[in-house]
Design a protein around this ligand. Structure first.
Ligand code: GRF
Length: 196
């Protein structure tokens, strides 16, 4: 049984989708939900599901990323995860941290990478007049939003779409894609998954 730690920063809707999927004959189980913000609403949602949680506020560390990550590593290593899932986690990780989990840390990004790495992905897709948008699950490497792609989910951009309507449609696809990719990855199947 693979042990999965999930890192969040906010509401944790992707985390909840991953947690809900890890049941029955699924080859993985959640062992920790950790946040860089003690007020992250996802922490209470995870705790309500009986999942151990940890919070390491990044703000006292200022710009010292390595110090924040050293603090985060304590509960993370204690959980002995086989797989780490970044799910709405909004901190950029140093190469040293990424290297510790090389090949077994996943992230979901709300665009069809390599288009729109970074922030404001939906606004950029709308501004470009794209006909489609979506989300990408990829292995995390030192370069931001650029690791090997494990899966993508495509959604149409519709006339009159706003950032709110498009992000809602993409988020629903994220909640489908990430659990399916995690199940494949946890079972050792590295085939890329494309939805729909
Ligand atoms: C959302 O914008 C999602 O697209 C991205 O992270 C943000 C928060 O997700 N992956 P969550 O609800 O905290 O999982």
């Amino acid at each position: 049984m693979k042990r999965v730690a999930i890192l969040i920063s906010g509401g944790g809707s992707n985390m909840m989708a991953l947690v809900a999927s890890m049941t029955g004959d699924h080859p993985a189980r959640p062992v920790l939900v950790a946040a860089n913000d003690p007020a992250a609403a996802g922490l209470a949602r995870a705790a309500a599901r009986g999942i151990p949680t940890a919070a390491v506020d990044h703000r006292p560390f200022g710009g010292d990323r390595a110090a924040f990550e050293a603090a985060l590593l304590a509960p993370l290593e204690a959980a002995a995860p086989d797989i780490v899932c970044l799910a709405g986690f909004m901190r950029i990780l140093t190469p040293a941290f990424v290297d510790r989990f090389a090949g077994r840390m996943l992230n979901i990004h709300p665009s069809l990478l390599p288009r729109y790495p970074g922030l404001s992905t939906h606004a950029r897709a709308l501004a470009a007049g794209d006909a489609e948008a979506g989300c990408t699950v990829h292995l995390v490497t030192a370069e931001l939003d650029a690791g090997p792609i494990l899966g993508q989910g495509r959604v149409p951009v519709l006339p009159g779409d706003t950032v709110a309507s498009l992000s809602e449609r993409v988020l629903a696809m994220e909640h489908r894609l990430y659990p399916m990719v995690l199940r494949r990855f946890a079972s050792g199947d590295l085939r890329r998954l494309d939805l729909p």
